[in-house]
Design a protein around this ligand. Sequence first.
Ligand code: ATP
Ligand code: MG
Length: 570
Amino acid sequence: MTPSNFIKDFIVEDLGNKRYGSVHTRFPPEPNGYLHIGHAKSICINFSIARQFNGVCNLRFDDTNPAKEEVEYVDSIKEDVKWLGFDWGENEFYASDYYGLCYEFAEQLIVAGKAYICHLKGDSVGEYRGTLTSPGKASPWRDRPASESLEIFRKMRNGEIEEGEAFLRAKIDMASPNMNMRDPAIYRIKKESHHRTGNEWIIYPMYDYAHPIGDWIEGISHSICTLEFEDHRPLYEWVLNEIKALMNSGYVPSQKMPEALPRQIEFARLNLTYTVMSKRLLRELVENGHVLGWDDPRIPTISGLRRRGYTPSSLREFAERIGVAKTDSTVDIQLLYFCIREELNKDVQRTMVILDPLKIVITNWEEGKEDILETENNPGNLEQGTRQITFGREIYIERDDFMEEPPKKYFRLFPGSEVRLKGAYYITCKEVIKNEKGDITELRCVYDPESRGGETPDARKVRGTLHWVNCKNAVDVEVRLFENLFTLENPMAIPEGKSYMDYVDKNSMLVKQAKAEPLLASVKPYDRFQFVRHGYFCVDSKDSTAEKPVFNRIVGLKDSWGKMQAGDKG
Ligand code: ATP
Ligand code: MG
């Protein structure tokens, strides 16, 4: 079992004192956008807790808002949860499954004097509600007879009342220090069709009212949610307790309700540096064309992370490492990079790719001659074997591995210097060829025939080792490098007068036309490689073709997170 945390402690306590016989959790997304890595954290918490306690986790779509929800989102959410490695089996539910029950309970609450129809409109609702420092005022309709409220509520349901003309409120306490308890709205008219119930309903329950009912009817024991719902917990409990009280005094619901009431537990939501974590803001980026779509590899949607090349296990590992907390904080995005790097480092095939090719002609290499060299697929894991790479008279190196006038301590290639070509030969630069504009177009080098495999009999030392690709069989590939989408560490903490959109980095995706080893000619979507000296890459699932493979950089090789941790230990 993974380490304990306060949620598990509560659960152990609740099982110990027999409040619940078993553990039943749920993940309740609103289908109004694609899931992001914050949701991934919530998914991991809910499903792994159920798994650890031999319980069940439901997938429940919180579709109480007909206007914003779409089938596309429902499908993407299911795909993402499955991909993360979790299975809800038969337990797929929708808040809209319970509209009938919510309505039935609402009528009961009205009859019992616990809810009433109010006709306040727009701003006056807010004025009557008061502020954090002043109590609210009773609505003029607060004490109307229950029979009158019931009659109007039924008219609302039948479409006889216009949107905004009336709404149902819980009758709780207008002087409560908790604003959520000042007679909150629980039902409103929305003459819109719903993606599941069609035109059956034109009144819809509010989330705060529908959620506890959904939890209860599904037999949820622990309703785990994020911290912003802490102030809503008294309302969550009010709804459950009032209905339970009605049942205790003789009301028999049309559906059998479980014996135990669910318990709400809050944890801190995940925030990540250099990115935004909200479906609404992500949708804005997508709709304004700032990114390639919901699966853009630069945004923290689960589909974006998948397309970039993250594995489900790396995201689960990330969720495990950040743990659960009671106070909000922002996690350094380097930790996410660390998790995927650690995983890929173990077993991903190494290969050489030149992002900015500069051609070298080896003048003392015989025309047409070819040498077949053997190289390790993963020096960290010799079980992954070796592969053959061919060496010839013309090769590519990285343009920035050469400098005509190098600074001191430059160990790569410059006129007169000798370097090692990885796994191949030593070469020395003899001549620089330029075009009319003065750009370097080619280098002429000589090689040392004694240095085959990257060592010489005299054990002569060279300081620089460059990666290379043979011109003769190089494959053209497209490589996409990503920077943070936002230039601000916390795009939510923006200076006054600015919008977070002002900090979108237009150059956050850099596209390179690269030269690669022949190995990369036949790849399929989601194949992953380490490009020597450049990082970890994944075949793009949308744009890659047999003619032109496309690779996304998942993450670079430099591990600043691991270093930071090592530094911390002193
Ligand atoms: P968003 O503002 O991004 O739409 P939300 O909370 O409105 O987030 P829901 O679809 O309502 O999104 O969320 C489903 C579940 O995921 C909820 O239980 C919610 O608390 C949880 N969740 C959402 N965002 C995060 C986050 N950043 N970290 C952890 N859990 C989250
Ligand atoms: Mg929401």
